[in-house]
Structures are given as C-alpha cells and as structure tokens.
Design a protein around this ligand. Structure first.
Ligand code: CTP
Ligand code: CA
Length: 226
C-alpha cells in the first residue's frame, strides 16, 4: 500500500511524451533523419507510467521498443509530430518533448525517385515548425518540459531555450560527454527551471535519469495546483 502511494504521485494525470527522431522525406526511398534512439523518451514514458500517469508517446523513428502500458502514436515527419501533439495538448498535464525533431526538411518532396544526373546535387531545405515553441505559446495549465542537446555552453543555451520556448523545465544534455546523449543506455543531464540550475545529475541509466526528472516534474505540477 505504501509503495502504491509512493508510486502514485502522477495518478489521474495525463503525460504526453515525444520520442525518437523525425524522418523528413526527399523522395519515395530517401530521407533525412538523425541518430536518436528514442531511449530517453521511452524511459520518461515508463517513469511517468510507474508514477501512475496515463501516458501517450508520440514516437518518430526509434531503435528501442516502447515500454508496456503506454499508448504509442507513430509519426514520421516534424509536421506529423506537431499535428499529433497538438491534437492531444489540451488534455495533457505534462508534456515532455524528448524527440529529436529535424530543424530543416527538404523544400520539395519528390513523387518519384530522384535520378542521378550532374556531378553535384544541391538540396534546398526549409525550417520545420518548432513544436516546443508552439506549445509554449499555447499552453494554459500544462507543465512543459523540453530538452537541449548541446556540445558547448550548456547552461547558456539551455536557459536560452527555456525562455525562448516558454518551457517550465529544460533537460540540458551535453552530448559531447562520454556516457551522455543519443544512443547509449546512460545519460548525464542538468535540469534547469526559470531560476536556473535545479539539479546536475551524475552519470546514470536513462531509466534513473527519467525517474528523477519526472519526480521533480510531479513536484512542480503539485506546487502549481495549490
Ligand atoms: N524542438 C521542437 N521542434 C523543433 C525543434 C526542436 O519541438 N522543430 C524541441 C526539441 O524536442 C527539444 C527542444 O526543442 O525539446 C530543443 O531542441 P534542440 O535541437 O536542442 O534546440 P533547437 O531549438 O532546435 O536549437 P539548435 O538545434 O540550434 O540548438
Ligand atoms: Ca535542433
């Protein structure tokens, strides 16, 4: 009973998580994507589930499998991810944007396979919509958590993103550190809120990292409730 109570800190809450990398099509057989495995997002989803939340994961391309007991909505592009997230935004209490969303997509999506011709080929790319920023503009009651993957000046860039995107928490990730980042089972993150650093976590499994992030998220949500 005690255990159930400890684990129930998100009971009755809806948590929406994005995970994995988006896929931006160039032609029927080619696309742009990134190295995201989806592991961090899935670990967040699992932690939220264990804490009693009703969890939906909007997932792009992933190499890991989603946890049991969560609803998974598969998408490909940044645009599809935006639409899937907006559809579920109103009813969400916490949104965690752990997906690695493409910043640019090909201007033209060719209907047929591009044929080989000249010695060079230039691709024209256009910006995708920033999903986190869109949510930050529209949020009413939701606790909004973003990620910041950086190779330098983590605190500065993480705080920039928190402010620019109107997020409540940013998980800063120095992906140049050994044991941190996209593909492994561990991570080293620093959690930032509006007044700066909340917690600098040591090297931990993605599961443990996710539990700590969601414990702080649940506290912040509860504080906002009173
Ligand atoms: N993000 C998003 N939509 C995009 C790009 C990013 O929702 N089109 C979200 C990511 O899911 C993440 C946060 O914004 O939660 C930060 O992503 P990141 O790539 O670190 O930052 P960017 O704002 O894209 O800036 P840059 O890549 O130049 O560092
Ligand atoms: Ca980016």
């Amino acid at each position: 009973l005690l255990k159930a109570k400890e684990n129930g800190t998100l009971a009755g809450k809806r948590v929406l998580v994005t995970a994995g990398g988006t896929v931006e099509r160039l032609d029927p057989v080619r696309y742009l994507t990134n190295d995201s495995s989806g592991k961090m997002g899935f670990a967040i989803a699992e932690a939220a589930k264990v804490m009693g939340a009703e969890v939906t994961v909007v997932a792009g391309r992933t190499s890991a499998s989603p946890p049991a007991g969560v609803k998974v909505v598969r998408v490909e592009s940044a645009q599809q991810m935006l639409e899937a997230v907006l559809e579920r935004f109103d009813e969400a209490d916490i949104v965690v944007k752990s997906a690695a969303v493409a910043d640019y997509r090909p201007v033209t999506r060719h209907g047929q396979k591009i044929k080989k011709s000249g010695e060079t080929l230039t691709l024209e790319l256009e910006k995708t919509t920033d999903i986190l920023q869109t949510l930050g503009e529209r949020k009413t009651h939701q606790l909004l958590i973003g990620f910041a993957a950086e190779t330098e000046q983590l605190e500065k860039y993480a705080m920039d993103k928190l402010k620019r995107k109107n997020a409540d928490l940013i998980v800063g990730n120095d992906v140049s550190q050994e044991g941190a980042g996209f593909n492994g089972d561990t991570n080293i993150v620093q959690l930032y809120g509006p007044s700066g650093l909340i917690e600098a976590m040591p090297l931990l499994s993605k599961r443990e990292t996710a539990q700590r992030i969601m414990t702080i998220a649940a506290q912040r949500l509860a504080e906002g409730d009173v």
